[in-house]
Design a protein around this ligand. Structure first.
Ligand code: ADP
Ligand code: ASP
Ligand code: MG
Length: 407
């Protein structure tokens, strides 16, 4: 009897009808003879709504209390799903993350899973239950409730699949699988049959929010096969798996866009050893994540430093940078929240050249200025004006022949 972990995202459990739909799917799978652990997200926009509520109370919510609040969203959906499954005459038990022994570090609102004690789940499974687990949450060794960062139910699912030695992890969402670009922004995008862990890891980190990037890291590390499928139909989804030789034939697998970053520039910083080290150490001490960095020497004695941070950390970053700029002797600071990052990703880039020039040429023809560039072995990203993001996404998607019409 094989064990399967399934995860249903927020839109798949967005109302009572959808919860009943998930219950029918789960019951059918159970009747095929599988052991099932089902991870569920909060209903629809519940997590966003809870954040808005907290913001109405305070501008600086305490992170421990934020986790107490946000973890309630998933508790509602697991209990309702268990009831819906009972209605179909199938045994099921719902649990919170802490109840099933998901132990995390202490970093509230972005905790990392350290360990999972599977005893309670194994016991409930052995009693013939479908085990339903609230995604996106765990507890510290001191019994404090934590959450795993936005979109973290994917991580719960993949980590449980690893801990329980499941045959596979099925991620059910509101699209048929992973596409060459976000199908909501690029109607011409095509579903990808198989994609490597590395490619979806890059795409997820670069804006393709169909999967949570840390869930893919775990999947890759422990070789968990992950299927992304639609909870509303039975179409074949996308298999995320180890890289194969054929995958290298495809130069660009996907294009992603994100507008969740902002750019900060320090002008005329004295050009001497240790300046960058001091600046970025201060940002790191303030727990600010940095993405791209560009340093540009403008005269013999000064240099300009630009870097990007997540918009939700911009204020924190600016506070640090303002102080640091004074002590480092920078001339001025500028920030821009209206930027977008457009990226092309593909393992084929390792063995094919010309991808960057094709991407830059396409942006040039569209008269879109490139602000910053960063590359890795399998991706090229450009920061451009926020207003041009969607136009650039569609143009680059078609430039690389990824659309249905290009076939
Ligand atoms: P869930 O609530 O099921 O976790 P999400 O909203 O987190 O669903 O993720 C699904 C959404 O991801 C899709 O509706 C789609 O708009 C978006 N998306 C972004 N990039 C891609 C992509 N490359 N392929 C598929 N979906 C994508
Ligand atoms: N409910 C959480 C969120 O909206 C976790 C998830 O859906 O994966 O971010
Ligand atoms: Mg999601």
């Amino acid at each position: 009897m094989s064990l399967i972990v399934q995860k249903y995202g927020g839109s798949s459990v967005g109302n009572a009808d959808r919860i009943r739909n998930v219950a029918r799917r789960v019951a059918a799978k159970k009747k095929q003879g599988h052991k099932l652990v089902v991870v569920v997200s909060a209903m629809g926009d519940t997590t966003d709504d809870l954040i808005t509520l907290a913001e109405q109370i305070t501008k600086t919510p305490n992170e421990r209390e934020m986790d107490m609040l946000l973890s309630t969203g998933e508790q509602i959906s697991v209990a309702l799903l268990a009831m819906a499954i009972h209605e179909l005459g199938v045994k099921a038990m719902s649990f919170t993350g802490p109840q099933v022994g998901i132990i995390t570090d202490k970093f509230h609102t972005k905790a990392k899973i350290l360990d999972i004690n599977t005893d309670r789940m194994q016991k409930a499974l052995a009693q013939g239950n479908v085990v339903i687990v609230a995604g996106f949450q765990g507890k510290t060794c001191e019994e404090e409730v934590t959450t795993l960062g936005r979109g973290g139910s994917d991580l719960t699912a993949v980590a449980l699949a690893k801990a329980l030695k499941a045959k596979c992890c099925e991620i059910y969402t509101d699209v048929d699988g992973i596409y060459t670009a976000d199908p909501r922004l690029v109607p011409d995008a095509q579903k990808i049959e198989q994609i490597s862990y590395d490619e979806i890891l890059e795409l997820a980190a670069l804006g393709a929010k169909v999967m949570h990037s840390r869930s893919i890291e775990v999947g890759k590390k422990f070789n968990v096969p992950i299927y992304v499928r639609n909870s509303m139909n039975n179409h074949e989804g996308t298999l995320i798996t180890k890289e194969s030789k054929q995958m290298e034939d495809v130069v660009v697998s996907g294009v992603a866009l994100t507008d969740d970053e902002a750019k900060i520039t320090l002008f005329k910083v004295p050009d001497r050893p240790g300046v960058a080290a001091k600046l970025f150490a201060k940002l790191s001490d303030a727990n600010v994540n940095i993405d791209m960095i560009i340093q540009n020497k403008t005269s013999t004695s000064t240099t300009d430093i630009s870097f990007t941070v997540f918009k939700n950390e911009l204020n924190r970053a600016l506070a640090v940078v303002k102080k640091a700029a004074q002590s480092l002797g920078a001339h001025s600071i500028h920030h821009d929240s209206d930027i977008a990052k457009i990226s092309v990703v593909g393992v084929g880039m390792r063995s094919h050249s010309g991808v960057a020039s094709k991407m830059f040429g396409c942006l040039a023809r569209k008269k879109i200025n490139i602000d910053m560039i960063s590359t890795s072995e399998i991706k090229i990203s450009c920061v451009i004006s926020g207003k041009k993001g969607k136009e650039a996404l569609r143009a680059i998607h078609s430039e690389f022949g990824l659309g249905k019409k290009s076939k």
